[in-house]
Design a protein around this ligand. Sequence first.
Ligand code: A3P
Length: 288
Amino acid sequence: MEISKSYIINFKGYNFSSHVDMDLLENIENFETRDDDVFIITYPKSGTVWAQQLLSLIYFEEHRNGTENLETIYRVPFFEYSRYQIDIENRPSPRLFASHIPYYLAPKNLKNKKTKVIYIYRNPKDVLVSYFYFSNWVKVHEPTDTIEHYMEKFLDGKVVGSLWFDHIRGWYEHKHDFNILFMMYEDMKKDLRSSVLKMCSFLQKELSEEDMDAVVNQATFENMKSLPQANYTNIIKSQVGMRHQDGHFMRKGTIGDWKHHLTVEQSERFDRIFQRKMKGVPLEFIWD
Ligand code: A3P
């Protein structure tokens, strides 16, 4: 199944959404990172906005200082998507970024091992389901009629983000080149406080008990669901566009939703491919 060219730009073997910043991409290798930059790296639908919310809460004092009304992309801009006219080069430090880039397109400087990278990963069956709904909702992604067809595209890497297996494998196998922390969506879901502690320890940020409570509380699914910024509500309405009114960025936020969508046969086929493609990658996954 082919993906329509109008939705993607393939740059050096990786599929970006067509509104990617080509000027940045052409020079991405030489982008000057700073030691105190923080990059969240994810494959799409793995908890990016969740991590953006957490990071901005940790850095901007739970948004007490007036950042509560800022759109997420102005707190933690998307590195490779420039449509919101953010001057990422001249932002004051510490700059916080979110990105879906594969390891081999990372700026050279990121290998100075000082700049911090947090890689969030999620079990790919839930990623697939989340992505299926998201792509049918927002206009910048190509819609697909059935999960069966979407699974074909996903397993062929014919989606923005290319092949899930390549993304995670690439970052994991090159982890020694970066100052990188791997965090799992499912761990965050099961024990958000421990995950935030882990994140803070990596970021060398010490929060008081009170601040920690505030961060954890503001980053639960229930609380984020009602936040327009976390749902990109204004951005989706005004810039991205949607095909229907029933979609939500904060859709379900659960572990194991794939069980409601994949047949036993589809799931077993997925498992076989997973076993083959992830051979030798000792990352743990939680499927339900
Ligand atoms: P679902 O579609 O399964 O609900 P991304 O930000 O990378 O696009 O990922 C979006 C997914 O993360 C959505 O998954 C969304 O609901 C989930 N998510 C975002 N914030 C969350 C939170 N606080 N707790 C749990 N899941 C969250």
